[in-house]
Design a protein around this ligand. Structure first.
Ligand code: ZN
Length: 300
């Protein structure tokens, strides 16, 4: 696929503009030489030749009420007295020939942040959904019009079935309806098996529990890897050290706890960094086994 992109960025008073005709790996992986900071809510990371961007879509004060299984002792140990932040993130992956968005947040700031990256919604080839909750599909459509008009939407067949048939959610149904035939469902691969690629360099791994079809995406290029793990956890401060604690949002809390531990073990054992939709900036980091749980080392 070819993209012709007019990139025009105004950052820190400096105007950077240029015409990029992207027809090769080297050209497409070119991002204007602008660096981002926490105040932009954008964190840039590289997976081989792929450019990965974590965008903070929304941020608010964290609430431990969503993890009722955490004891007072655990909360006192891991939660700072002055509170903590909760983030909602999306990810953008620029491969050699595609622009891929992973989840769309609420549809709050995703588009202005993509503009900072020089990406127009029309240029997005694929939107991968980790699952069908409103803080993940919220940016897909407005007034029944697809906000990524040229994109195909991908999700696990179990989530489509659950949120449109078994426990119908109007917002989820509307989000998918806006894309008509351009919705592709898959059955995610079992963790630890050989993985098919749903797009070049992208595999879908089953992480069922948070929702029936909750999926994490393995991004791989040039020997580098990254797992974009959606809602595998919601309160990182507590759930990395205590993955057995689930959140009230988890549709099947015990299955979610099993899946959470599995993906953390997989990331730690294979030295694969992990990103999450509710991990505060930079939204991704390395994972190490630590006693009965795990330690998270944010990327810098
Ligand atoms: Zn979520």
């Amino acid at each position: 696929m070819k993209h012709s992109i007019i990139a025009s960025l105004i950052i820190g008073g400096i105007i950077v503009s240029g015409f990029m005709s992207c027809t090769s790996a080297a050209e497409t992986s070119h991002i204007p030489a602008v660096s981002f900071s926490e105040s932009d809510g954008i964190f840039a990371h590289r997976v081989g030749q792929f450019e990965v961007f974590m965008l903070v879509e929304a941020q608010r004060e964290g609430n431990t009420g969503i993890i009722p299984g955490a004891s007072d002792e655990i909360l006192e140990r891991y939660i700072p007295a002055d509170g903590f932040n909760h983030s909602t993130n999306v990810f953008v992956v620029k491969t050699s020939d595609q622009i891929i968005v992973v989840d769309t947040g609420f549809g709050n700031t995703i588009f202005e942040k993509m503009e900072l990256l020089g990406i127009l919604p029309e240029q997005v080839d694929a939107v991968l959904l980790t699952h069908m909750h409103g803080d993940h599909f919220g940016g897909l459509q407005k007034d029944s019009h697809p906000l990524f008009p040229n994109a195909k939407v991908y999700l696990d067949s179990r989530d489509r079935e659950h949120f449109t048939v078994i426990a119908p959610n109007q917002g989820a149904a509307d989000a998918l309806a806006a894309y008509g035939e351009n919705v592709e469902t898959f059955d995610a691969d079992v963790l630890g098996s050989t993985y098919r690629e749903i797009l070049p360099g992208v595999s879908a791994l089953a992480n069922y529990g948070h929702t029936p079809g909750h999926t994490v995406y393995l991004i791989a290029n040039g020997g580098d890897r990254l797992i974009i793990a959606g809602d595998f956890l919601h309160v990182a401060l507590v759930q990395f050290p205590h993955p057995e604690i689930s959140a009230t949002f988890d549709v099947d809390q015990s299955a979610a706890a099993v899946s959470r531990r599995q993906i953390l073990e997989y990331a730690a054992t294979n030295n694969i960094p992990i990103g999450g939709m509710h991990i505060v900036y930079p939204g991704m980091g390395d994972v190490e086994a630590d006693g009965e749980g795990f330690k998270f080392i944010p990327k810098r």
